[in-house]
Design a protein around this ligand. Structure first.
Ligand code: DX5
Ligand code: ZN
Length: 215
């Protein structure tokens, strides 16, 4: 069963506690939290203090997606906020090994992410050290963009590596995921679907998540 991780980027920011509770009650597996610094991406969202305030409002894992420059500077802050998975972008620092090691050291689950135009080979060396590979299917920064189908071969490649090596890292897809593109991702080997608009704007969130669980 594919897991569903609603991205609170599309939630009502004035009522975030209620919003995470709502998706948990509707059957979400994880909460996807998009952290942006205005440097790595041209948008600014929330930081560790907001995540910490949200943590008591849900029991499911917090999947924290760091779209920030040199994330190794802030790993302890995000670990302390109650994040479960902490994902860094391969393009965001020259010291990925240090960032991943620090996440482990803090007792959290490390993830690595790559932008749509970044070659898969950039993340391959780090796959033995991560619990999550987050494959971007839009340019990060904003919700509501269109899925880039040309990224699908990366999902197949990741899935093949998982099978060949017996590795257990999750393959999560992020950007433009809806009921149609999400099905294609699941068929290509995705294990987690992150989605903002398609979940938060669904007429019946519970039914939408249940449908995706069937992929
Ligand atoms: C984009 C974020 C995504 C975003 C996805 O930079 O990483 O998690 O919330 O939004 P949708 O699902 O609307 O494309
Ligand atoms: Zn994200």
């Amino acid at each position: 069963m594919v897991k569903v991780a609603p991205s609170i980027l599309s939630a009502d920011f004035a009522r975030l506690g209620d919003e995470v509770r709502k998706v948990e009650e509707a059957g979400a597996d994880w909460v996807h939290v998009d952290v942006m610094d205005g440097l790595f991406v041209p948008n600014i969202t929330i930081g560790p203090d907001v995540i910490k305030a949200l943590r008591p409002h849900a029991n499911i894992p917090f999947d924290v997606h760091l779209m920030i420059e040199r994330p190794e500077r802030y790993i302890d802050r995000f670990a302390d906020s109650g994040a479960d998975f902490i994902t860094v972008h391969v393009e965001s620092t020259h010291d990925i090994p240090r960032a991943l090691k620090e996440i482990r050291h803090q007792g959290k689950r490390p993830g690595i992410s790559l932008n749509p135009e970044t070659p898969f080979a950039m993340v391959e060396p780090f796959l033995p050290d991560v619990d999550l590979l987050l494959i971007m299917t839009v340019q990060p920064g904003f919700g509501g963009q269109s899925f880039k189908p040309e990224v699908l071969p990366k999902i197949v490649r990741a899935s093949d590596i998982r099978k060949e090596t017996g590795a257990r890292f999750e393959i999560e897809i992020d950007g433009g995921v809806n009921r149609d593109t999400g099905k294609k991702c699941a068929e290509a080997g995705a294990t987690v679907l992150a989605a903002g608009s398609a979940i938060f704007k669904a007429r019946d969130i519970r039914a939408e998540i249940a449908l995706w669980h069937g992929y």
